[in-house]
Design a protein around this ligand. Structure first.
Ligand code: 4NP
Length: 150
């Protein structure tokens, strides 16, 4: 199964989800079955590494996102992935525009895999990377549960 996490810039929220999900998949012995990546809807941060405070938050939990650089979502990502998971509702709207809708029902919101649907906390203005970590972890845990129970 191929999973793509999507946010605006691909330097904070979606790379956190990518590397948390890779970590959970590895611990569950599923890394060979899951291909996991992330992208941004904008070209603003293209080629940039994971934003330092987001990287520090991952490192606090033993997760190292070294080597990841921001890439922009492409139209053909729709056929290349099975699940395309946005961090907030505006990501879903941007994806529906780019992809021309969601004919195969591949688009989801990360927190829809939790008991508290909504947007993942955006740390860009708040600088609150702990809330983002908590949301991302809970969403990825819910997603893993969903995948393994299917
Ligand atoms: P991300 O965070 O979408 O979680 O990677 C942001 C990155 C860049 C900007 C906003 C949010 N920006 O405005 O450039």
């Amino acid at each position: 199964m191929r999973i793509l996490f999507v946010c605006l810039g691909n330097i904070c929220r979606s790379p956190m989800a990518e590397f948390v999900m890779k970590d959970l998949a590895e611990k569950a012995g599923l890394s060979h079955e899951l291909h996991i990546a992330s992208a941004g809807t904008s070209d603003e941060e293209l080629g940039n590494p994971v934003y330092p405070p987001a990287r520090r938050k991952l490192l606090e939990h033993g997760i190292d996102p070294s080597g990841k650089t921001a890439r922009q979502l492409q139209r053909d990502d729709y056929r290349r992935y099975d699940l395309i998971i946005g961090m907030e509702r505006s990501n879903l709207r941007a994806m529906e525009r780019l992809f021309g809708g969601d004919p195969e029902g591949k688009l989801h919101l990360l927190l829809d895999y939790t008991g508290r649907p909504g947007d993942v906390a955006d740390p860009w203005y708040t600088r609150d990377f702990e809330s983002t970590w908590r949301d991302v972890l809970e969403g990825c845990q819910g997603l893993l549960e969903k995948i393994t129970n299917n």
